[in-house]
Design a protein around this ligand. Structure first.
Ligand code: CTP
Ligand code: ZN
Length: 152
C-alpha cells in the first residue's frame, strides 16, 4: 500500500465483513439492521480494489457479532464474503459464508395472500434455489433485491 492510499481503520472488537460483492455494502447494513441510529461505529468501503474480486465492498462493525440467520441471508447477496471476528485488534476467527438450503424466519414473502402474511403469525420458510429463494408455502420466487425482503 502506498502513502497515497487511504486505509479504512482497523477495529478493536467486532466484525469485518470482507470480500462483499461491489455495490452490496448498503444491503449488508440492511441485513444487519444497522442504520446508524444504534450508535455503533461502522466503516464502509465501497468498490475498493481487491486482488480476488477486482472491486469489493467491506463493512466493519465495532462491538457487534452476527447471528447465524444474518450470515445465512448475507450469503445470498454476498456469496464470496468472509466474516472476520476481531477481538483486541486480532482476527480470531475467519469464516467464508456458505449458502444455506433454507432460510427460516428472516425474509418476508412478497405475496400478500401468502399464509405467512396472514394475521396468525407463521414463520416464513424459503428454499434457497440457484438464482434466488422460493417460498415454501406459496412458491413465490424472489430473485432480484432479496435485501428488500429482509425482516430481521
Ligand atoms: N481488520 C480490521 N481490524 C482489525 C483486524 C483486521 O478491520 N483489528 C480487517 C482487515 O483490514 C481486513 C480484514 O479485517 O480487511 C481481514 O483481516 P486479515 O485476516 O488480517 O486480512 P487478510 O489476511 O488480507 O484477509 P483475507 O485473507 O481474508 O483477504
Ligand atoms: Zn409465500
Amino acid at each position: 500500500m502506498s502513502e497515497h492510499e487511504l486505509r479504512v481503520s482497523k477495529i478493536r472488537n467486532g466484525t469485518v465483513i470482507d470480500h462483499v460483492q461491489g455495490g452490496q455494502a448498503l444491503n449488508v447494513l440492511a441485513i444487519l439492521g444497522i442504520d446508524g441510529s444504534e450508535g455503533l461505529s461502522v466503516s464502509v468501503g465501497m468498490n475498493v480494489p481487491s486482488d480476488r474480486l477486482g472491486r469489493k465492498d467491506i463493512v466493519k462493525v465495532e462491538g457487534r457479532e452476527l447471528s447465524s440467520s444474518e450470515v445465512d441471508v448475507l450469503s445470498l447477496i454476498a456469496p464470496e464474503a468472509t466474516i472476520n471476528i476481531v477481538r483486541a485488534f486480532d482476527v480470531v476467527e475467519k469464516n467464508r459464508v456458505t449458502r444455506p438450503e433454507r432460510v427460516v424466519g428472516v425474509l418476508s414473502c412478497p405475496n400478500r395472500n401468502c399464509i405467512t402474511n396472514a394475521e396468525e403469525p407463521v414463520d416464513t420458510r424459503f428454499t434457497v434455489i440457484a438464482d434466488g429463494v422460493r417460498c415454501e408455502y406459496c412458491s413465490t420466487v424472489v430473485r432480484a433485491d432479496i435485501a428488500a425482503h429482509i425482516d430481521v
